[in-house]
Design a protein around this ligand. Structure first.
Ligand code: SF4
Ligand code: SF4
Length: 492
């Protein structure tokens, strides 16, 4: 019997009812389940680290050390697509016997209870960033502020649609939500009280350009469990080139002033910076070092994939350069973390945590599943980027979520049902790509996603070898704040 050493946490065994499936655990899932395409290259990926050969098994996102003899068998299997090339011992150890139950098998999940709802409290912005997907918060319509009664109804709806005893996240989005700061204060206090009365715990998230922060806002973020994400693209020159305030004022200076206010009046439990990168972005390591130096708990990059200005969108070849810069940053993160030093590169740390947990999912994020977003008028959409997009409309805060629309979205978006995703080894970490980006641009960045994940798998093995303690403190599931509570993905 071949014994293979699995690195990281063992993911749960196949769940008989993932999202509402009714088949018993011991019933093999037939290969004929719609969407699942068996095939070695779609089921596993052989890779090497400083410690030898390893196998990433897609189902359950499992990572194994491979002794030399098994590496040969695995290579033959991957090259020939013939499972008999893999000895029965190795097949059993990897859970790859013919007819074995899978953790994800092509069947869509049923719409789960809500766990997060973002409120677009202000569909307008005081800035005019060149790459903004949201039309400065207006999403192609008129500037609007969410009426107070709609905001309260949204909180009530979230609580009513959530699981008893659950943690729920109330998000504040825009536009710029702090242009409606008084409403944010009022809704936060209301949600905390209402959640407690309903036997839930409310947490809060807010995405802001931080140019309008007041001392009272900083105190609010410290008083309640807030995760605040600040949009900041680097140092003064770099940030202000595309992130524009009216009259030529420096948005960077205003962000620094906001950070000073937080230092004096109160800091959220988790403070992240989101750095948006365009094809002209250049070296990211300098940006990362600068923004980490400002004291954020997490700094993450997001490439512009869908923008009103096509010149600011990445194309396929430009992703190669982006990947090289991301890997350079990742190598520094690996080195620093391996040496026991803090280096909060969010994309890297999120990937480490998710690979360690064996995260595997058939969707890119919780949009349309446990997460919805309320437009200023109370209409519900799959997520904050898809506000006012009729293709992703999902009910309203007064009438409730449109379960049929959610179910259809989850059936359509299952990664095993989409081409080319169904034959991609990265599919249960990637989930098939952000719905907003795919709807507007398709999937121009797949090689980047796979390249980044391939690097992260190698880095994960190497970090595990020298710093097992780094992973010991990680929560078993996505925790408070940071990328874990942002409905985005490990691959981005
Ligand atoms: S979007 Fe691209 S990288 Fe992600 S699963 Fe689909 S094919 Fe793979
Ligand atoms: S990853 Fe999901 S939540 Fe984030 S913007 Fe895309 S669709 Fe929306």
């Amino acid at each position: 019997m071949t014994v293979l050493l699995q690195i990281g946490r063992r993911p749960p065994d196949p769940d008989p009812t993932p999202g509402g499936h009714s088949e018993p655990a011991d019933q093999p899932v037939p290969g004929a389940v719609p969407g699942v395409v068996p095939g070695a290259a779609a089921e596993a990926r052989l890779f090497h680290s400083a410690h030898g050969a390893h196998l990433f098994v897609v189902d359950g996102s499992r990572v194994y050390d491979l002794p030399g003899d098994v590496e040969g068998q695995v290579r033959s299997w991957l090259d020939s697509d013939d499972a008999s090339e893999l000895g029965p011992g190795a097949r059993a150890a990897l859970g790859l016997e013919p007819g074995a139950s899978r953790r994800i098998d092509g069947r869509p999940i049923d719409p789960p209870p809500l766990s997060a709802l973002s409120l677009n409290v202000m569909q307008a912005c005081n800035m005019s960033c060149a790459y903004c997907y949201a039309d400065e918060g207006r999403f192609g319509g008129a500037a609007r502020m969410m009426p107070r009664e709609v905001a309260f109804a949204a909180v009530d709806r979230l609580l009513a649609e959530s699981r008893p005893g659950a943690d729920v996240v109330v998000g504040f989005m825009g536009g710029e939500p702090l242009l409606a700061a008084d409403l944010v204060h009022e809704v936060t206090a209301y949600a905390a009280r209402a959640a407690e009365a309903a036997g839930r715990r409310a947490r809060f998230s807010l995405t802001t350009n931080l140019t309008e922060l007041r001392p009272a806002d900083a105190r609010l973020f410290a008083r309640y469990p807030f995760a605040v994400s600040v949009s900041l693209d680097g140092d003064r020159d770099r940030n202000d080139a595309l992130r524009r305030l009216p009259g030529g004022a420096s948005a960077y200076d205003r962000v620094r002033a906001g950070l000073d206010l937080m230092a004096r009046h109160g800091r959220p439990r988790h403070l992240a910076a989101r750095v948006t990168v365009t094809p002209a972005g250049g070296r990211l390591l300098d940006v990362l070092d600068h923004v980490i130096g400002l004291g954020f708990d997490e700094v993450g990059f997001a490439a512009v994939v869908a923008s009103p200005d096509p010149a600011l969108e990445f194309t396929g070849p430009q992703f190669e350069e982006f990947l090289a810069h991301m890997v350079e940053c990742g190598e520094v993160a690996l080195r620093e973390l391996a040496a026991g030093r803090r280096y909060p590169f969010g994309n890297f740390e999120t990937a480490m945590a998710q690979i360690h947990r064996g995260s595997h999912r058939p969707y890119p994020c919780g949009a349309g599943a446990g997460y919805l977003s309320a437009a200023a008028n109370g209409d519900l959409f799959a997520c904050h980027r898809l506000v006012d997009d009729p293709g992703f409309a999902m009910g309203s805060v007064t009438a409730g979520p449109d379960q049929a629309a959610r179910a259809e979205h989850l059936a359509r978006g299952h990664v095993d049902r989409m081409s080319p995703c169904r034959s991609c080894w990265a599919r249960y970490l990637c989930g098939g790509g952000c719905y907003h980006e795919v709807a507007r641009r398709g999937r121009p960045g797949c090689d980047y996603i796979r390249g980044w994940l391939a690097f992260c798998l190698r880095a994960y093995v190497e970090l595990s070898a020298v710093r097992p303690d780094y992973f010991e403190g990680l929560p078993a599931s996505p925790g408070y704040g940071g990328s874990g509570s942002d409905p985005t993905t490990v691959a981005r």
